[in-house]
Ligand binder design. Structure first.
Ligand code: GTB
Length: 212
């Protein structure tokens, strides 16, 4: 049986790969699991059929047999736990890779989302001009710490894992901000992620949907 994921019928980013279905596509491509995609409109996401899969009316979701999941982190973890290739076999290394998955969505991504909120949803507010530098500094602090940890290693903890997949995906949202230019080590880390054949396939698949 083939899993089915959901994705935007048309992503607001026009195919830059920043919507979260790309992370799930990437994980499925890394492990060699074919998948189907059901495209949903913004309206359909808020209707009962989709809300039964995703209580917050968002994408992506993942359905496989009688299992339905939402939340990218949990979907990627599920894929990684059921296929070889995204989590180390050694129990401690595996636990550390999962820590990096949580760090990506729980520690590094929040200030990045604040930036998106400030730039897109709050750009007309009088206080946004003052707030933006503070948000940028919060991101900068996290990137400095992440960069120090990575140092000159290729990946966060030994071999490429679901932790790197999530972290690279989170960092990619910063590209347009220019802040990554201050962190050449992290830029190279992101480039290594993007160079993976599985990422390229995932990116091309979402691009094809968004440029039809
Ligand atoms: N925590 C959830 C997860 O990780 O799965 C968050 C899911 C989520 O934010 N989904 C977004 C969504 O469905 C799409 S990815 N939004 C519609 C809604 O809430 O009504 C977020 C996203 C959207 C657009 C861009 N972009 O255009 O650049 C980037 C990221």
């Amino acid at each position: 049986m083939t899993p089915t994921i959901t994705a935007f019928e048309r992503s607001p980013d026009g195919g830059k790969g920043l919507a979260r279905d790309t992370r799930v596509r990437w994980a499925l491509e890394e492990v060699g699991q074919p998948y189907e995609v059901r495209l949903v409109s913004f309206q359909a996401m808020k209707e009962p059929a989709h809300l039964a899969l995703h209580p917050f009316g968002q994408i992506p979701t993942y359905e496989h047999g009688d299992l339905a999941l939402f939340e990218t982190g949990s979907i990627v973890l599920h894929i990684a736990e059921h296929h070889a290739g995204l989590l180390p076999r050694d129990a401690n290394a595996r636990a550390r890779a999962i820590s990096w998955m949580f760090a990506a969505v729980n520690t590094v991504e929040p200030p990045i989302l604040e930036l998106a909120t400030a730039r897109i949803l709050e750009s007309d507010k009088p206080w946004t001009r003052e707030r933006l530098p503070l948000v940028m500094d919060r991101i900068r602090d996290r990137l400095k710490q992440l960069s120090a940890h990575l140092d000159d290693a290729d990946w966060l903890d030994g071999t490429f894992s679901a932790g790197d997949l999530m972290m690279v995906s989170v960092l990619l949202r910063l590209r347009a901000s220019g802040i990554l230019d201050e962190f050449p080590g992290l830029s190279a880390y992101i480039a290594r992620g993007e160079a993976r054949p599985a990422y390229k396939r995932a990116f091309e698949a979402q691009l094809a949907v968004n440029t039809r």
